[in-house]
Design a protein around this ligand. Structure first.
Ligand SMILES: *[C@@H]1O[C@H](CO)[C@@H](O)[C@H](O)[C@H]1NC(C)=O
Ligand SMILES: *[C@@H]1O[C@H](CO)[C@@H](O)[C@H](O)[C@H]1NC(C)=O
Ligand SMILES: *[C@@H]1O[C@H](CO)[C@@H](O)[C@H](O)[C@H]1NC(C)=O
Ligand SMILES: *[C@@H]1O[C@H](CO)[C@@H](O)[C@H](O)[C@H]1NC(C)=O
Ligand SMILES: *[C@@H]1O[C@H](CO)[C@@H](O)[C@H](O)[C@H]1NC(C)=O
Length: 201
């Protein structure tokens, strides 16, 4: 069932791992930054960012989440690229799409805050024209405590259900100027290690 969903790129990756499997056992653990390691061991989610009101802003962008298998690493990576122009960016968060709960913040990206924090504004706010990128890594233990009672399974199921979205707030659009929902281009589940070639999981 999983095989049918795999695309050509994934099959290539798994083939490469199958070929490497013999020597892999003898080697030390490869660096997690190798591209095939990221593809095989992590869930990758992306969001296409669009202006909430094109009259007020034309900025676009992409957001990338890389969530490793917890037995490999506890560090989740968030990479954001914004393009166009925005004035007075005050905050950027990942929110949960739950209107009755008031779209709660799941991760504080800008300013980067930990789970015990309350929303705070960038001081001074950030303005840009062209491209603005930021990148952060987060300890999953911290993220899961942002919303009391959350577990990694809950986080992943929200991600899989398309309920997590990225939102950039500005002074003129405090509710959000640029937004996008996260989707997993491959799968929101980690690969099954018993699959052929999965020995290095
Ligand atoms: C977008 O912003 C303009 C200017 O403030 C406003 O007139 C318009 O109603 C907004 N559009 C939507 C869909 O909110
Ligand atoms: C995330 O951004 C950093 C810094 O720009 C970059 O080095 C890294 O390769 C990016 N990670 C991914 C998975 O794109
Ligand atoms: C949305 O929030 C309400 C109120 O806090 C809660 O009862 C409900 O379970 C939430 N739904 C999801 C899918 O988290
Ligand atoms: C979170 O931030 C608060 C306030 O800046 C700080 O006092 C606390 O030690 C931090 N906690 C963790 C786990 O980093
Ligand atoms: C941006 O912030 C500055 C100072 O905080 C303010 O003077 C200016 O009007 C703001 N511009 C917009 C477009 O919000």
């Amino acid at each position: 069932m999983i095989c049918r969903k795999m695309n050509y790129k994934m099959i290539l990756v798994l083939t490469a791992i199958a070929l490497l499997a013999g020597s892999a056992a003898a080697r030390s653990t490869p660096s997690p930054s190798e591209p095939w390691e990221v593809a095989v061991r992590a869930v990758v989610a992306t969001a296409k960012l669009k202006p909430t009101n094109k009259t007020l802003s034309s900025a676009t962008g992409t957001a990338l989440l890389v969530i490793p298998r917890m037995d490999k690493s506890k560090t989740m990576i968030v990479n954001i690229t914004l393009k166009g122009a925005l004035t007075n960016v005050t905050m950027a968060h990942i929110h949960l799409k739950n209107a009755s709960a008031g779209y709660p913040i799941v991760m504080f990206l800008q300013p980067r805050l930990n789970y015990s924090a309350r929303p705070a504004l960038l001081d001074p706010p950030i303005s840009f024209k062209g491209t603005y990128t930021f990148s952060s890594s987060y300890d999953m233990d911290n993220i899961l405590n942002v919303t009391p009672g959350w577990t990694l399974d809950r986080f992943m199921s929200m991600l899989g259900d398309g309920l997590l979205f990225f939102n950039v707030h500005t002074t003129s659009q405090p509710a959000g100027a640029v937004q996008g929902s996260f989707v997993c281009p491959y799968s929101c589940m980690w690969p099954v290690c018993s699959m052929p070639g999965g020995g290095s999981c």
